[in-house]
Design a protein around this ligand. Structure first.
Ligand code: BGC
Length: 811
């Protein structure tokens, strides 16, 4: 069953039934100021950091789900309704929610009134616009009452939901004209406040929650709305809110438009006050004036559209399959930008208070957006590398507001350092900008310890070399990519975290996943050394890689697939010998991608084993058989019920590693089958089962051993977005940036006749056409650039003054 449809031309997903199986959300904002918006108006807003600068309140895990947001109520006679269906939940004559690129539009109709709400955050602006259009489509004059509503969060989202003995006393507001100001804690250490405005006179307001709601009413029927009368309340402590009240009279056919703005202001320390206890409102008024008419709003909205045209325009495929095209051209790229902005902090599954920016996550996310915003990718790489320690190890996370490592989460996840080689080399291949390597980048955010960025890569590489275990395989530390495989963190106390326990400090557990990662990104490191003339270092590093390959062949091969690990006691994991957890996806993916034992047929055997043991109708599960009981020596992984999350779930992040492995073997049909199994647009028809948005990837789909296989959770913020984009564009469609130019090496289903793809690379536009007359999966037979045949399959970097055509014939 579907709950809407794609509108590819407008780059929107159109939800036509508000009762989606789970809230289907969108993100507004692209730089510093962000909002999450569900298909029924739920969500919240923050400035830069969802934990420390939360503007509006949201209650996760609510009953019913998704309560609290940016709400509008219309009272028309005795009927109260909302254009986004919620919160009033009155049946509408029609409902539509269009989630687009950084904006959302609602359109609801009831009894001859059509109301549209357009929400977006103009580029470079610290405020959200809500443009409300009310139209009378009936033949009578209508008098309606419009209420807006938001609930302020007292800035620190965690404290806001825990520290009531203080917080119920601190709330402070001001009201001037149509602007409702929130100034809690402004008089002490804060230099910031928020406001909610509308560009016309109001007929009343409320700023105290209970005065507006009534003590015993829910969001669906606030007392003020039901009574059709605001109370003009001022909040003193308790819970400050902001609600405007406007009486609207509409002749038949007439429409009126209002521009609401939810804004954030920072003022200079010595310029905080207008007069005693009155905040300096000048900056707020300037913001309001910037978008005080629908014409000004339209200009900002057009700019936003233009911004997305540019970002998405760098890669556009025409494959003949709408489902694939809309993933590559629109939604997958969009999701990659959202993960750039959010990392894993704020979604409807991430509360915005738990996690900062992950070291490994942010490096991997980068491969999905580096082509869109290379300058910001460069800055991100430097931010990440600045949190690394001199020995190559790193904090697992850092906080976006301070950009400092998060000591509470700690480090010693031994895969972390290697991802810096991935992000850096992908950045240089995309841009040709080797100067990044010379940039002075601090260790542990200490500028006195700054070294050229290249030295950070060296530190990353040797962190593995210096941390080998009894089989000469990489020590895993607290965990590798699989945060839940805690082989040195034994916990029998339900009150402690698996990742921060780390009690087996002499831990000798080893990871085959890191071994594969090291061989692959070690080769990248060597390649980079050769590019910049560091022959000696390249040679030395290659020696370590060769030793690692030998160690994997000797100690990491189980006969038909790669082992996953050696545990703390030196026992095998991911082996025929194990009763459960006989085979794992990560080591098959990484050792295959690294081509370890390719000549001996190990890669092929490993991927065949994946097909046989891990594949199912909804994707490739992480391990099999899933663990049916708790194994203290494996950590969190075995805490999950079988078939969920890291215990036998389809962890979508890692499926592309297998797809890439398949393309290395040239098995295009298999690679594409895996791709379509988890790509959300291909799952639209099973939305009822799948539950989460059909336009973005989720972290996990319940696996074959789960109670409900195919049911998904944790949409939006997942490395799944970047890895799938990277895989489909660079390995399946096969257009891959390299130091020398664009490497073209598709691996597609044999049935395809070919496809077209536009790629803007280092500022040059290439129109690439791939033809497949012999119906093969892989192999470039000949290639023509601007009509001239070239040797090899790398398109060189050509002049920017015109677009270039590339014809690729497979065979
Ligand atoms: C984390 C990743 C981790 C993955 C697998 C995600 O939730 O953000 O860092 O690699 O889970 O455990």
């Amino acid at each position: 069953m579907k709950y809407g449809h794609f509108d590819d031309e407008n780059r929107e997903y159109v939800i036509t039934n508000p009762k989606t199986p789970y809230p289907w959300i969108n993100y507004l904002g692209n730089e510093d100021f962000f909002s999450l918006t569900s298909n029924t108006g739920g969500g919240y807003t923050f400035y830069k950091d969802a934990k420390f600068r939360r503007l509006t309140r949201y209650r996760y895990n609510n009953v019913p789900v998704d309560n609290g947001g940016k709400y509008f109520y219309i009272k028309d006679g005795d009927t109260v309704w909302s254009p986004s269906w919620k919160p009033a939940q009155t049946d509408l004559d029609s409902y539509e929610c269009r989630h687009g690129m950084s904006y959302t539009k609602f359109k609801g109709a009831k009894n001859g009134i059509v109301t549209e709400v357009l929400q977006f955050i103009p580029l470079g602006f610290w405020g959200e616009i809500q443009q409300v259009t009310v139209k009378n489509t009936s033949s009578e004059t209508k008098k309606i009452k419009l209420f807006s509503f938001i609930e302020w969060c007292l800035w620190n989202a965690e404290d806001d939901m825990t520290n009531y003995q203080r917080n119920l006393n601190t709330g402070e507001v001001e009201v001037e004209d149509s602007v409702l100001y929130h100034k809690t804690e402004f008089k002490e250490r804060r230099n910031h406040y928020a406001f909610y405005s509308v560009n016309q006179d109001i007929d009343g307001f409320d700023t105290d929650r209970e005065s507006f709601m009534g003590m015993y009413n829910g969001f669906d029927a606030p007392e003020a709305v039901v009574n059709g009368q605001p109370t003009n309340s001022f909040a003193h402590g308790w819970s400050p809110v902001a609600s405007h009240y406007i009486e609207v009279e509409l002749q038949p056919g007439e429409e009126k438009q209002f521009v609401f703005m939810l804004g954030y202001v920072e003022v200079e320390e010595d310029n905080k006050w207008e007069s005693k206890a009155v905040i300096n409102k000048k900056p707020a008024k300037e913001m309001i004036a910037k978008y005080d008419s629908v014409e000004k709003v339209q200009v900002a909205f057009d700019e936003l559209k233009e911004y997305w045209d540019q970002l998405l325009g760098k890669i556009q495929v025409d494959s003949g399959d709408d489902k694939l095209d809309r993933m590559v051209n629109i939604w997958n790229q969009y999701q990659c930008m959202v993960t750039f902005n959010m990392s894993r902090s704020a979604s409807f599954f991430e509360s915005g208070i738990g996690r900062g920016m992950g070291f490994r996550d942010s490096n991997q996310d980068l491969i999905g957006f580096v082509h869109q915003i290379p300058e910001r990718a460069r800055e991100r790489i430097i931010d990440i590398a600045s949190t690394q320690f001199e020995d190559g190890s790193c904090y697992h996370q850092y906080q976006p507001l301070t950009k400092k490592g998060n000591a509470a989460v700690g480090g010693d996840f031994n895969d972390d350092p290697l991802w810096l080689i991935l992000s850096t080399t992908e950045y240089i291949k995309e841009t040709g900008d080797f100067s990044l390597l010379d940039e002075l980048v601090p260790f542990d955010n200490d500028i006195s310890k700054a070294k050229p960025h290249f030295d950070h890569l060296t530190a990353s590489f040797y962190h593995v070399v210096n941390n080998l275990g009894p089989h000469n395989l990489p020590l895993i530390g607290r965990a590798d990519w699989n945060d839940c495989l805690n082989l040195n963190c034994f916990s029998n106390d339900p009150n402690e975290s698996f990742q921060t326990t780390g009690n087996k400090k002499d831990g000798k557990a080893e990871s085959l996943m890191i071994a594969g990662l090291f061989v692959l990104y070690g080769k990248e490191y060597v390649n980079l050394c050769l590019q910049i003339g560091k022959q000696e270092e390249a040679h030395k590093a290659q020696g370590h890689i060769d030793q690692m390959i030998a160690a994997v062949k000797e100690h990491g091969w189980d006969g038909d697939w790669y082992l996953r690990a050696y545990d703390y006691y030196g026992n095998k994991l991911g082996s025929q010998e194990n009763e459960e957890g006989k085979i794992f996806i990560e080591s098959q993916g990484w050792c295959s991608m690294a081509e370890i034992g390719m000549e001996e047929g190990m890669v092929e055997k490993s991927l065949n084993a994946v097909k046989e043991h891990l594949d199912c109708e909804y994707g490739i599960v992480l391990n099999s058989p899933a663990f049916s009981k708790y194994y203290i020596e494996y950590g969190e992984i075995s805490t999950y019920p079988a078939g969920y999350k890291e215990n036998g779930g389809i962890f979508c992040h890692n499926n592309p590693w297998i797809m890439i492995g398949e393309t290395i073997l040239g098995r295009g049909d298999q690679a594409y089958e895996y791709y379509t199994k988890i790509a959300p647009s291909f799952l639209e028809d099973i939305s009822e089962l799948h539950k989460v948005e059909p336009y973005v990837y989720c972290q996990m789909i319940a696996g074959k051993e789960a109670v409900k296989p195919g049911e998904a959770k944790n949409s939006w913020l997942s490395g799944t977005a970047s890895w799938n984009f990277y895989t489909i564009t660079q390995y399946i469609l096969g257009v891959k940036p390299s130091y020398e130019g664009l490497l073209i090496n598709p691996c597609i289903p044999q049935a395809w006749d070919g496809f077209k793809i536009k790629r803007i690379f280092r500022g040059v536009t290439y129109h690439i056409e791939v033809q497949n007359p012999a119906h093969v999966s892989k192999g470039v037979k000949e290639m023509f650039v601007n009509g001239k045949k070239i040797a090899g399959n790398i398109v060189p970097v050509l002049s920017k003054d015109k677009a270039h055509s590339v014809l690729v014939v497979l065979g």
